[in-house]
Design a binder for this molecule. Structure first.
Ligand SMILES: [Zn+2]
Length: 255
């Protein structure tokens, strides 16, 4: 009796795992802007809708929009200049740049579809327009790289796998592997966005070396008693600086 029920669970579990795997294979697409193959499950229209839907809540979490319109205009101008002079212009995404009132959390982030945010805490640490272009360029990179789309697709995949493995009693194993993969993707996303950011900066006439200045500001901000959530989602700035130098060499020679 026990052996029989194990067999059934094994078959169901394997069927679910096979389903998850086959679905994932069918989701593989070459990103037309980065050339990288990735598993995605949302259309650009869905990405834009999710971004627009989540934007007000995100702003709320950071004290709303910054009241000084002069700063907001600067953020808009730099962001739009990056978009208009790069491949970002050829994407279906609708880019909007928001300066948040938050004076404590040093951060910038992008929602899928083009909603981009920078906190006043980070904005006020920047030394020049090129550094602002570096931050916004990096965030445009997340949108164009479809990183949220990829992560959402990944988590659906792991949820299904865990369900399948749960039927065969291997849930804990799959769970560990799943979390490791999500974190690793996060680091790769950051490096890809840095590289895209450098590319956009060069195309829009900004000094790409200033992206290194941004890393130094982030490094200082990630000190022993500051914003741990930032450290957990961003790779070591020192490691990023090396990749940024490589990207500058790559795209300067190309232009
Ligand atoms: Zn990032």
């Amino acid at each position: 009796m026990r052996r029989g029920s194990f067999k059934i669970r094994l078959i169901i579990g394997l069927a679910i795992v096979a389903f998850a795997f086959i679905r994932r294979c069918s989701q593989q697409e070459v990103n037309p802007y980065t050339g990288r193959t990735q598993a995605i499950s949302l259309t650009p229209e869905q990405e834009i809708a999710i971004g627009l839907q989540s934007a007000p809540g995100m702003a709320q979490q950071h004290g709303g929009l910054h009241p000084d319109n002069r700063y907001q205009v600067l953020v808009d101008n730099v962001g739009n200049k990056l978009v208009q002079n790069s491949i970002a212009e050829q994407t279906p995404y609708k880019y909007e740049f928001h300066l948040l009132a938050d004076q404590r959390t040093i951060n910038a982030f992008a929602l899928p579809g083009g909603q981009i945010f920078i906190t006043y805490a980070l904005f006020s640490k920047l030394e020049n327009e090129d550094q602002l272009a570096g931050v916004l360029g990096h965030e445009i990179g997340h949108v164009l790289g479809k990183h949220s789309n990829e992560r959402i697709t990944d988590s659906k995949y792991w949820q299904t796998l865990i369900m399948g493995a749960g039927a065969i009693d291997m849930g804990a194993v799959a769970q560990q592997v799943g979390q490791g993969t999500l974190l690793k993707n996060g680091r790769d996303d950051e490096l890809e966005s840095d590289e895209l950011g450098v590319h956009f900066m060069i195309d829009a006439g900004y000094n790409p070396e200033e992206m290194i200045g941004v890393m130094k500001i982030l490094k200082e901000a990630a000190g022993p008693n500051r914003v741990p959530e930032f450290q957990s989602t961003h790779p070591d700035p020192e490691n990023r600086i090396e990749h940024i130098r490589d990207a500058i060499r790559k795209y300067k020679n190309a232009s």
